[in-house]
Design a binder for this molecule. Structure first.
Ligand SMILES: [Zn+2]
Ligand SMILES: [Zn+2]
Length: 142
């Protein structure tokens, strides 16, 4: 939950900023400064106005004496890499898994709830525990 009297917190060194309260920059560990726009107002503002405020904060950052352009670029690069990595991970989870027994791709992921039921039915130590995939073709879990 965002508190009513929160502000925009920003890092003058690498240009990172955020609305929920933080004391230090997660990227370069500098102490964050705060811009006194209360977020209760901020989130009530139309999108265009929010953008304008963010670019205003951006301007303060870029004009501060300890602003480090190289550090900012490194942060942007790292964030981009992080985002791409998350997208790749999401895609990887969607990739079809082949059954190791019959090599059919007709498999599905076993949900956590389902695994619990299996554990209850067959008792702890059941072979189904820890199995994450079910083959619809030959009926095996793996
Ligand atoms: Zn920073
Ligand atoms: Zn199979």
């Amino acid at each position: 939950m965002i508190e009513l009297n929160d502000y925009i917190y920003y890092c003058t060194k690498c240009g990172w900023f955020s609305v929920p309260r933080r004391d230090t920059c997660p990227f370069c560990q500098s102490i964050l400064k705060k811009y006194d726009c209360q977020t209760i107002e901020f989130f009530d503002l139309p999108k265009e106005e929010q953008k304008r405020l963010f670019s205003y904060v951006q301007e303060i950052i870029e004009n501060s004496p300890d602003f480090d352009l190289k550090l900012r670029n490194r942060r942007l690069e790292e964030e981009k890499r992080y985002n791409e990595e998350s997208i790749r991970k999401m895609c990887r989870n969607k990739v079809e898994v082949k059954c190791p027994y019959c090599h059919s791709k007709n498999t599905r992921k076993i949900g956590a709830g389902e695994r619990m039921v299996t554990a209850n039915l067959f008792g702890l130590g059941s072979q189904n525990l820890g199995k994450q995939w079910h083959c619809r073709n030959c009926g095996s879990d793996f």
